[in-house]
Structure formats: structure tokens, C-alpha cells
Write a protein that binds this ligand. Structure first.
Ligand code: BGC
Ligand code: NOJ
Length: 808
């Protein structure tokens, strides 16, 4: 069942009923200020850091779900209603929500009044614009009163939800004309405040929640709206809110827009005050002056659109499959940008309080956005590398505001170092910027320990080799990519975190997945070295890769598939000898991507085992059979009920590894079938089962063992976005930057007999036209009319337009 449709020309998903199977959200902002906005206008916003600079409050896990956000109430005679349907939930004559690139437009109509709410964060400002457009569609004159409402958060979102004994005493506001200022804690250590402005005179205002809502009322019946009279309340302690009341009179057919601005402002410490006791409002006024007329808002929308035109034009495709096109051209790269901005911090499943930026996560995310924002990707790499330790290990997470490693979680995730190599390989291939390898980057942010980035990568590579276990396979540490396979943990005490409990330096448990990664990423390191004319070192690196390959075939092959690991006691994990958890997806994907068993048959055999044992109609499960009891020696994985998350859920992130692997063994039908099972645009008709947004990937879909097989969770912030983009753009469509040039080598089934693609890279534009027989065979290329040897089109000079014809 569908709850809306795609509008491809507008690059919007159009939701046509407020009763979606779950709140379907969008993100505002792409620089320093971000908002989450649901199809009911729920959500919140923050400046840079969802934990430390939260402007508005949001209650996760609330009843009803998705309560609170940016609320606009309309009073029309005796009636009052909310155009975004919630929270008042009066039946609407019309409802529509359009989630677009960095903006959301919600329209509701009732009683002859049509109200459109447009939400966006303009480029170059730390603020949200809410443009409210009201139109009288009836035959009589309307006298309307509009109430806005946002609830302020005391900045630190964790403290805000826990420390009531203090927080209910610190609330302070200032009211200045049509601007409401939230200035709690500004008197002491903060030099930032929030403002909420409207470009119209007020009939009144409220800044105290209890005065506005009423102590025993809900947001669906705030007493001020019910009575129609603002109370001009000034918050002192308790809960500060911002609410404007604006009167409008509309003749039949008349339309009027109001521009609200919800922003963040900062003052230098010596300029905090206008005069004693009065906040310096200059930075807020400056932004207000830039965004408070209709033409200014139109210009902001146009600028945002142009910004996204630029980002999305780096790679476009035109094929006979419109779902493929909308994933590749719009929604997948859009989601990749959201993961760039937010890593795993703030979604409707990530509270914004817990994790900051993940080292592993952000390196992988980069694979999906590097072609859109190479310059910012460069900075991200340098930030990540600066959280590395001298031994090549890395902080597993860091806080975006401070860029400092998170001590609570620390390091010891032994896959982490390799992801940095993969990210830098992708970045240099994309940009040709090899100078980044010479950048001086500190270890653990200690400026005294700066070393060239190349040295960081070397230490990453060496970290694996200096942490090998009894079988010559890499030690797993706290966990590898699978956060929940904690082979050194042994937790029997509730509340202990699985990822940080237990034997930190376990010297026995080994990961075949990291071994596979080493065979796939090691050659990338060698290629970088060769490119820097370090051929001897490159040869040594490749020798280490071959040793690892031998170790995998000797100790990591289970007969029909690759083992997953050896546990602390040296017992196999992911083997047919196991009663549960006999086969895992990760090692199959990574070993094949590393070329292990490609020439000798094991690669195909492993992928056949995946198809036979892990594939379902909704995607590939992480492992089988699911763990039905708690395995002390395996950690968090067996703590989940069967079919959920890492315990045999369909962990979307790992599916594209199998898609890529299938292209490497030359099976386009299977690769594309896996792609279609997971890509959200193809799941639109299953929305009542899938439940999360049909325009973005979710981290996890319940596996076959779960009661609600096919139901997704953790939409938006997942490495699934980047990896699916890599799989589809670089391996299925087959357009992939290499150090020497642009490889064109599609692997698609006969149902995509042809496509054209435009790829911008290193300043040149490649117009690729493909005819495809569907057999997954060799690609024959003609470049600007001349036949090419091989499938790598040499880099053209910046500004050039290169025509590539390809026959498969
Ligand atoms: C989840 C993982 C997640 C980890 C991070 C686990 O509970 O299942 O998916 O990466 O927590 O802390
Ligand atoms: C989510 C985490 O963000 C990611 O780093 C991890 O690899 C997966 N969970 C799998 O456990």
C-alpha cells in the first residue's frame, strides 16, 4: 500500500495522508544548522551538535508518537485546527506534505482556508525559515488568528531531559517587538541564545509553556488557542516557549504570507550585552534583516535549489527503470549527504544525545558523498585521521563540536583503521588531490605528534599486521564492523555496555571479516604507494595481502562458505559445525571483494551459500540460524531476539557488499535482484509492511525469524546509503573512478538494455552511453569515437566533455 508518490521532476516525495505507517521525516540544513521535520511538522533543530546546541525540545518515545515540533494553530471563528493535521487532528479537507531537497512543504485546508507551511534552512544562516501562507478559498471574508509554538530546549539535550531540579529554575526570555529571545544560562557561561521572529506586528505572545498550554491540557487543546487569547506571558523558570499571535483578515481569494525565523546566535564574550542586563541582539537582527520578506525567502529557496542542482549533477543516470533513476539521481545521494552532515547522531531512531561521529561510519559515509563535496570530504578525512592513535588504532567516535575523541568508548575496534585507507583511496581517485597524503595530521589531536597523512595510513595497515591471532587472521578487538559480535566481552551483568566491557586486549579471537577487508583494502594501500613511487613498499604490502589470502583459504574457509571468526576459546563462529549462527554475510562479501577464491571457485560457492541460506524476499539476513539463547562468548549479538538487528535481521548495510561481490563473479541478474529488494523506491507498494520512508534506506529490516518480517527500523542514518550508492553507481552501472582514469564496466541484467549517464569528475564531464546484452560480459569502449584498450578512460583535462560509448 502507498501513502504518497514520487514527484521526480520536483525531486520531492509527496505524502498524501497524515496517517503514514510511521512519521516520515526530512532534514533541513546542510552547513551548520540542522532540523529534522516530519510530515506532521514534528521534530527539532540544533546548531552543529544535536547534543550540545539543541534549540528546541523533542520527546522521543512520546504518546502519541511524534508529538511536538513546529506547531502552527489557526483560529477561524469558533474553530481551531492545525494545517499539519497534528496535534489538533481536526479532519482536513486537503492534506499534502512534500519532502524535497532540504525543505518541506506541508499544506492543509479546512473550512475554506488553505494553509501552506514551508520549512527550510537557508544557506549561510543558522536559522530555520517557516513561511506560512494562508489563502481564503471561500466566499466570505475571513478573520483569522494564527498562533505559532516552539518549545525551547536548555541547549544540552541530555541534561534537558534529566536534570529537572536545576532546569526548572533557569528559564529566561526577552521579548522585543515581534521577536522572542530564549536566553536561559546566557547570564553565566553561555554566549549563545535562540530567537523566534515573525515579520508582522503581534496581537500578543507567550513565552511560558504552562500559560500557553495549561497545566493539564495537551498540545491538541492549548488553553490560549482554545480561548483565542494570548496571555503575554514572560517565562521565569519552568519551561520557556515561543508563541506569537498574529491577526489576519483575508478577502475571498486573498492570500498572505508570514515569515517566521527560528535562529541561533552567538556573541563574542566581550560583546554579550547591549547594556547591562540586555542581551546583544545584533547578530539575530542581522539574520532577521536578511530573511524577512517574501522576495528574500524566494531567493533563499532558489539558492537552495541551485545548491542541490550542483550536488546532484555530479552523477546522473537515465535508464528505462524510473525507480533506478530516482534512487541514483535524487534520493540515494541525498541520503548520503544527510549522513555526511549527521553521521549517526540525530534521526527518529538516534536521539542526538548518544553517539557523535563514528570513525568507521564516517569513513564509509565518505564513499557516498565524496563526488558531491570533495572539499568538505577532504576536511572530514583530516578530522578523522586526527583522532587516530600513534599505533594506528583510532577513537571509535568523536564529538562534532569539539572534534575530540570520545573517551568513554575509546578504541579497540580493529576494523576501524582500514576504513581510513578506503576513504582516502576513494578521495584521491575522485579528486586527484594526492597532496592530501602530505598533509601534517596529529595523532589523538596532539599537535606535537603531527605526521603526514600517508604515515597515518601506513599505521592503519600495520595495525592489522601487528594484531594477528593464532591463525594468522586479524584479532577482532572489541568488535569489527559487526558491533554486536563481541568476542572478548563475556558480560553477565545487566547494564554493562557490550562494546566496552571485558578483555580489552583479547589475543585469541580473530575476525575473518577484517581478514577479507585486508585483502580488499590492502591493494588500495599498495596502489596509493605505487602512485607515490614507493614501489618496494607497495610490493611488500601486496605480499602481506597474499599471506592474508592464504590464511583465509587455510583457516577461514568452512567448506561451502567463509567462516566469520574464531572466538576467545579458538572455536569457530559462522561454521556448519555451529548449532546456530552457521553462516554470516560479512565475511562472504569482504572475502569476495578482496578476490579470495575468485579463480578457485570458493567465491561463487560462498555467494551461492548466501543465496541459499540468507536471502529472503526483503533482503539478505545477517546470519542464520538466528541465536535463540544467550551466548556469553559472542556478546550483544545473541541478546537480540531472533530476526532483529545483528541477530539475523536484514542488516541493510551488508547487502550491497553481496551485490558488489556478485558483479565481481559476473552475475548481473543476482546483483540487480538484491539491489531491487532493498532500494526503497521499489518498496513503495509495501509501505504498510516496510513502514519507514519509501525514499531512504533503513539500517535494519526484520529478518525471517521475526514476527514482523519485512518491517524496517532506523531509517536515514546508516552506512547503507553510501554502500548502496557505491554498489549501484560503481558496480552495477559500473562507473568508477580509478587513479588512472574513469572505469566504465557495467554489470546489469538484460532488463536494463541501455542507459546513459553523466559523470563529473576532476573538472571534466563524461557522457556515457551503454548498450547492454545482460550477460555481464566484457565492456568494449569507444572514447570520442576511438576504440579504447581496456575499460579505463584516461582522465581528461578540466573543462573537457568526453563521450564514452560502451557495449557490454
Ligand atoms: C546496535 C548496533 C550499533 C551499536 C552501537 C548496538 O546495540 O545493534 O547496530 O551499531 O549498538 O552502539
Ligand atoms: C551500526 C553502526 O553505526 C555501524 O558502525 C556498525 O557497523 C553497524 N551498526 C553493524 O553493527
Amino acid at each position: 500500500m502507498r501513502f504518497g508518490h514520487f514527484d521526480d521532476a520536483a525531486r520531492e516525495y509527496v505524502i498524501t495522508t497524515p496517517r503514514t505507517p510511521y512519521p516520515w521525516i526530512n532534514y533541513l540544513g546542510c552547513e551548520e544548522f540542522f532540523g529534522i521535520v516530519s510530515h506532521l511538522a514534528g521534530g527539532y533543530c540544533f546548531h552543529r551538535d544535536a547534543r550540545l546546541r539543541r534549540l528546541t525540545r523533542y520527546r522521543y518515545n512520546a504518546i502519541p508518537t511524534d508529538a511536538g515540533g513546529r506547531t502552527y494553530y489557526l483560529r477561524d471563528g469558533g474553530d481551531y485546527w492545525t494545517p499539519a493535521w497534528a496535534p489538533v487532528k481536526r479532519e482536513l479537507d486537503h492534506y499534502e506534505c512534500r519532502h524535497g531537497m532540504g525543505y518541506t512543504r506541508i499544506t492543509g485546508a479546512r473550512g475554506g482556508v488553505r494553509a501552506e507551511l514551508l520549512f527550510l534552512v537557508p544557506l549561510g544562516a543558522s536559522a530555520e525559515i517557516h513561511r506560512v501562507t494562508l489563502r481564503n478559498e471561500g466566499r466570505v471574508r475571513k478573520r483569522l488568528r494564527l498562533f505559532s509554538l516552539v518549545e525551547f530546549c536548555f541547549w544540552n539535550a541530555l541534561d534537558d531531559q534529566t536534570n529537572f531540579q536545576r532546569n526548572w529554575n533557569i528559564g529566561e526570555v526577552e521579548v522585543d517587538g515581534s521577536t522572542l529571545y530564549h536566553v536561559s544560562e546566557y547570564r553565566e557561561r553561555r554566549n549563545h541564545y535562540a530567537y523566534f521572529h515573525v515579520n508582522a506586528p503581534l496581537a500578543g505572545f507567550d513565552t511560558d509553556r504552562e500559560s500557553f498550554v495549561g497545566l493539564y491540557n495537551g498540545l491538541h487543546e492549548p488553553q490560549v488557542v482554545v480561548e483565542g487569547e494570548p496571555r503575554n506571558s514572560v517565562a521565569r523558570g519552568w519551561q520557556p516557549v515561543g508563541s506569537h499571535a498574529v491577526d489576519l483578515e483575508l478577502a475571498p481569494g486573498e492570500e498572505r504570507s508570514l515569515v517566521f525565523l527560528l535562529g541561533y546566535a552567538e556573541n563574542p564574550p566581550d560583546r554579550k550585552w547591549e547594556r547591562p542586563g540586555l542581551v546583544n541582539k545584533a547578530p539575530a537582527r542581522e539574520v532577521i534583516a536578511r530573511f524577512s520578506t517574501a522576495p528574500q525567502v524566494d531567493a533563499a529557496i532558489a539558492a537552495l535549489r541551485a545548491h542541490w542542482d550542483g550536488l546532484l549533477s555530479a552523477f546522473t543516470v537515465r535508464s528505462p527503470d524510473e525507480k533506478l533513476d530516482r534512487m541514483v539521481n535524487v534520493w540515494n545521494p541525498y541520503q548520503c549527504m544527510v549522513t555526511f552532515n549527521l553521521s549517526r547522531s540525530a534521526s527518529y531512531f538516534d536521539s542526538g544525545i548518544g553517539r557523535g561521529m563514528g570513525f568507521r561510519d564516517s569513513n564509509q559515509d565518505l564513499l557516498g558523498f565524496v563526488h558531491q563535496i570533495p572539499t568538505r570530504a577532504r576536511q572530514r578525512i583530516l578530522d578523522l585521521a586526527a583522532t587516530q592513535f600513534p599505533d594506528g588504532g583510532a577513537y571509535h567516535q568523536y564529538q562534532p563540536l569539539t572534534r575530540r575523541g570520545n573517551h568513554e568508548v575509546g578504541s579497540g575496534f580493529n576494523d576501524d583503521p582500514l576504513w581510513l585507507i578506503l576513504a582516502v583511496a576513494a578521495y584521491t581517485k575522485e579528486t586527484g588531490d594526492y597532496a592530501i597524503l602530505e598533509e601534517q595530521v596529529p595523532f589523538d589531536n596532539d599537535e606535537r605528534t603531527r605526521a603526514p597523512l600517508l604515515d597515518h595510513l601506513r599505521r592503519s595497515f600495520e595495525h592489522v599486521l601487528s594484531n594477528l591471532g593464532p591463525h594468522g587472521l586479524p584479532l577482532i578487538g572489541r568488535a569489527d564492523w559487526n558491533d554486536c559480535l563481541n568476542l572478548n566481552c563475556f558480560s553477565e551483568t545487566p547494564d554493562e555496555p557490550y562494546q566496552t566491557t571485558g578483555v580489552r586486549d583479547g589475543r585469541t579471537a580473530e575476525s575473518v571479516m577484517i581478514a577479507g577487508m585486508f585483502t580488499a583494502i590492502g591493494p588500495e594501500w599498495a596502489r596509493l604507494l605505487s602512485h607515490q613511487d614507493r614501489t618496494a613498499e607497495a610490493a611488500q604490502a601486496l605480499e602481506a595481502v597474499r599471506r592474508m589470502e592464504r590464511a583465509i583459504l587455510e583457516h577461514g574457509w568452512d567448506g561451502e562458505w567463509f567462516l566469520r571468526a574464531y572466538d576467545f576459546h579458538g572455536r569457530k563462529v559462522g561454521s556448519r559445525e555451529c548449532a546456530e549462527g552457521q553462516i554470516f554475510v560479512e565475511s562472504q562479501g569482504w572475502c569476495v571483494m578482496g578476490g579470495v577464491g575468485l579463480g578457485t571457485g570458493q567465491a561463487r560457492q560462498a555467494l551461492d551459500a548466501v543465496a541459499a541460506r540468507l536471502d529472503t524476499r526483503y533482503g539478505i539476513m545477517l546470519q542464520q540460524p538466528a541465536y535463540r539463547s544467550y551466548h556469553l562468548e559472542l556478546g550483544e549479538i545473541s541478546s537480540y531476539p531472533p530476526g532483529y538487528k545483528e541477530n539475523a535481521g536484514i542488516f541493510s548495510h551488508s547487502n550491497p557488499w553481496i551485490m558488489i561481490a556478485e558483479t565481481l563473479v559476473g552475475r548481473p541478474d543476482r546483483a540487480f535482484a538484491y539491489y531491487r529488494k532493498l532500494a526503497p523506491a521499489y518498496l513503495e507498494d509495501l509501505s504498510e509492511i516496510h513502514r519507514t520512508e519509501p525514499y531512504v534506506y533503513a539500517q535494519m529490516i526484520a529478518g525471517r525469524d521475526a514476527a514482523r518480517h519485512g518491517e524496517a527500523k532506523n531509517a536515514w542514518l546508516t552506512g547503507t546509503a553510501a554502500w548502496n550508492f557505491v554498489a549501484v553507481s560503481q558496480y552495477l552501472l559500473g562507473i568508477r573512478p580509478e587513479h588512472e582514469g574513469l572505469r566504465v564496466n557495467p554489470c546489469l541484467p538484460a532488463e536494463i538494455p541501455e542507459f546513459t549517464a553523466t559523470r563529473r569528475c576532476r573538472g571534466a564531464t563524461y557522457l556515457v552511453r551503454v548498450r547492454n546484452s545482460g550477460g555481464g560480459g566484457r565492456a568494449r569502449l569507444t572514447v570520442d569515437g576511438r576504440a579504447l584498450d581496456g575499460d579505463v578512460v584516461p582522465w581528461a583535462r578540466p573543462g573537457a566533455v568526453v563521450k564514452v560509448d560502451c557495449v557490454v
